[in-house]
Design a protein around this ligand. Structure first.
Ligand code: FES
Ligand code: FES
Length: 195
């Protein structure tokens, strides 16, 4: 009979935001805990821990997955993107710029996952309709903002991408790094209109 009180460490290798990491892990380590605690990427959040709220969402080989109910060993050899990986070469990803522009957040706790889901959608379809965006974010809950501005933000990002924008310089947006760090919700933009 397996003794669940002890386990043997395993080596898990994954590429996170373009950087390869090999780590010795308890095989029972959840992917979200490895990302947050092991790798220190705290933009990925934990809410319900039961696959309901979606705040732990990261992209695994380009697809959104909920990292709270996946073991890190299951991501061995995979490419992971967290919210920290959206900004490239000092430029905000269009979805980050659009969330800022369209006030797609309030406290910001759900925002990293919403942006990742939006970015994944736009990779497949850069001109999604309301229903397509709402379907894409249906696994992500926001408890303090109406979804209307989130939907508009993702569509605005698509419009920027269709216009050829790969990103917006962070300085141009007067948006500092910490404003995209949803661990600091006090700095997030207040939203006046809730759905
Ligand atoms: S923490 Fe993973 S879905 Fe809620
Ligand atoms: S939970 Fe979505 S902005 Fe607060």
């Amino acid at each position: 009979m397996t003794d669940l009180t002890t386990s043997t460490a395993v080596t898990v290798t994954m590429t996170v935001n373009g950087v390869e990491h090999s780590s010795e892990l308890d095989p029972r380590t959840l992917l979200v805990d490895h990302i947050r605690t092991g790798l220190g990427l705290t933009g990925t959040h934990i809410g319900c821990d039961t696959t309901s709220c979606g705040v732990c969402t990261v992209l695994l080989d380009g697809k959104p997955i909920k990292a709270c109910t996946m073991f890190a060993v299951m991501a061995d050899g995979a490419e992971i993107m967290t919210v920290e990986g959206l900004k490239q070469n000092g430029e905000l990803h269009p979805v980050q710029a659009a969330f800022k522009e369209k006030h797609g957040l309030q406290c910001g706790y759900c925002t990293p996952a919403m942006m990742l889901v939006g970015a994944a959608l736009l990779e497949e379809n850069d001109d999604p309709g309301d229903d397509e965006v709402r379907w894409a974010i249906s696994g992500n809950l926001c408890r303090c903002t109406g979804y209307m501005n989130i939907v508009e933000s993702i569509q605005e990002a698509g419009a920027q991408m269709r216009a050829g924008s790969n990103g917006v310089e962070a300085d141009d947006m007067e948006l500092q790094d910490e404003q995209t760090d949803a661990d600091r919700p006090k700095e997030a933009t207040m939203q006046e209109v809730a759905e």
